[in-house]
Design a protein around this ligand. Sequence first.
Ligand code: NAD
Length: 348
Amino acid sequence: MKKNVVVIGYGGQGAWHADHALKSDVVALRGVYDIKEERNELAASRGIRAYSSLDEICSDPEAEICVVATPNDVHEEIVVRLLRSGHNVICEKPVALSVESFDRMAAAARESGKLFTVHQNRRWDVDFMAIREIVQSGRIGEPINIESRIHGSRGIPSDWRCHKQYGGGMILDWGVHLIDQILQIVPQKITKIYCETTHITTDEVDDGFKLLLTFENGVRALVEVGTYNFLPLPRFYLQAKKGTALITDWRQNARVAYCKAWHESDVLPVQTAAGITKTMAPRDSITLDEYDWTRPTSDVHDFYRNLVAAIDGKAEPIVTLPEVRRVLRVMEEAFNSAASGAAIPVSV
Ligand code: NAD
């Protein structure tokens, strides 16, 4: 039997959840609720039941899974009310604006005994999955440095995302995805966090950032989001002990270079204006194998399939609360670092 889903906040992402539920093999759409009457009217015009209030959802025992897709600043109050009224809850990312706020939500989940998880749907992005596969396969050895970037050129969206009070800014909007992905690739503890934010199009929130994470095993990760980059840098760049992997664009496959012999007898120098260089000359096929990594297969609807199995006690949730909390800790320290200009020693 499909489980009933109710979506709170019928905006861009809420409509994605509602459409998904209409097509899903494991959940069915029971209704939506938005604080704006015109959004409820739109839902009704599409043949979707529109609840008149959050209270009405709270008192509906048939609302088995509630999805919170409102702006970030009101996640906590809505999630806690839903959990306390006995509902399973999926909250959109970023789940909360602080670790403290998240801890109150997690406590409500514990007390209710209901399932609570966060829609970290970029765990199903094939670019990230390819880099994680390459690292976990050990094919090019242990990682040294991972760079994960998203570069856009349209500034920050002009809705609530450009206002601090609603939880706007790119650390909270995209950073939460990219940090979550990096922590899935490198499970070791982080020992140092350094972050610089950009304010090219607005002073109120960050419209981009560069975040450097140092892990206890020496691995370094750079997470960068830009919204004023008319020529983007590659999506992923991975340096490992025996090679390099590169994803230029998230629609492209990962390109892998495996160094099969470190020493070379003959190096063909490269001519530059200032003279020749052997140090920076490219390698040839005698010492380097280059190939495309097979594109991983992905179905983002596995998020809901897993959730339903978890509610039925047949699986553990893929996105766990300790993982979510760790990402929030990193974002909090990123804000602290950006405000102070200092690298922050941490144990996260
Ligand atoms: P949006 O502005 O398009 O939609 C938000 C909707 O929530 C609006 O219709 C608004 O009227 C409604 N709303 C506001 N306060 C409410 C309340 N108290 N009760 C009920 N409804 C309320 O925003 P969006 O882009 O859909 O983002 C919503 C959430 O989804 C955010 O947390 C965002 O970060 C997240 N999101 C996630 C992804 C993803 O890929 N996981 C993508 C986009 C947005």
